[in-house]
Design a protein around this ligand. Structure first.
Ligand code: KIV
Length: 284
């Protein structure tokens, strides 16, 4: 386990133009894989609604679910910077609820930061959380929790009006005191400009190569979640395919008797086996 990076390290990486590696994780095993791979940051994303629970979006995800998964990720990645994702309705209602729910992530799951979606319209929420002493990552562009207002899971910033709105949102997030910002599904021409404009580290998910770091959803890049794959995903392996093949082979082995083999059983101690055989012969 290396030394966990702090927000100052990410500012330094931005200055030195050292790209920040960022991945989602929802459980202990993938958190250990990410840490062992040397990942800089982990997001416990509310995308677990789709990737872990099989919901058709992120809206049903609760604070309690997010806390349980964040605790597991923290246990698997003690040396990695972990961010808890604020689920729908955990911060939209009031600044007070935003502070209380952010506080739960820090108190119960020992995260390093929380993330919330929105720009100008959540500026007061970000300010309230920051004023309570917690580190915030903003998230603008395609914000899944407001996808119905955006007309679906659609890229943002593709027209001049929308590009200007993304820039205003990014500035509002920084001015409200966020320590980092995530840009989702915004064209590189816009995100390159935002990355130069802002002093805080700018992370990308589907927002091109000019940002200070890159995020992918672990279930997409490992080939675990196959229902839908966004354009920006690079698949590094095929876990669902490999796992299904392995499970099919197991089913066949059980049915044919090829499993278990002798090495898969515990043997009796030889002298005890002799006694057992005699005992059986005696009929008791
Ligand atoms: O929940 C999540 O994983 C996210 C990403 C889509 C950015 O918020």
């Amino acid at each position: 386990m290396g030394k966990r990076k702090a927000i100052q390290d990410f500012f330094e990486m931005k200055q030195k133009r050292e790209p920040i590696s960022f991945i989602t994780s929802y459980d202990y095993p993938t958190a250990t894989f990410a840490e062992n791979a040397g990942m800089d940051m982990i997001l416990v994303g509310d995308s677990l609604g789709m990737c872990v629970y099989g919901y058709d979006g992120t809206m049903p995800v609760t604070m309690d679910q997010m806390i349980v998964h964040s605790e597991a990720v923290r246990r698997g990645a003690m040396g990695t910077f972990v961010i808890g994702d604020m689920p729908f309705l955990s911060y939209q209602v009031s600044d007070q609820e935003a502070v209380e729910n952010s506080g739960r992530f820090f108190k119960e799951a020992n995260v390093d930061a929380v993330k919330l979606e929105g720009g100008v319209r959540v500026a007061s929420r970000i300010r309230a959380i920051v004023d309570a002493g917690m580190l915030v990552m903003g998230h603008i562009g395609l914000t899944p929790q407001s996808s119905s207002q955006l007309g679906g899971f659609k890229a943002q910033g593709r027209t001049l009006e929308s590009a200007k709105a993304q820039v205003q949102d990014a500035l509002a997030v920084q001015e409200a005191g966020a320590g980092m910002i995530l840009l989702e599904a915004i064209p590189p021409e816009v995100t390159g400009y935002i990355t130069e404009l802002l002093s805080i580290p700018v992370l990308s998910i589907g927002a091109g190569p000019h940002c200070d770091g890159q995020l992918l959803i672990v279930s997409d890049m490992l080939g675990i979640f196959e229902a839908f794959t966004p354009k920006f995903v690079k698949r590094y392996t095929e876990v669902a395919k490999v796992s299904t093949e392995a499970l099919t082979a197991y089913v066949e082995d059980v049915r044919s008797g090829a499993f278990p083999e002798p090495q898969h059983s515990y043997l009796m101690i030889p002298e005890e086996l002799e006694k057992f055989e005699e005992w059986k012969k005696r009929g008791k």
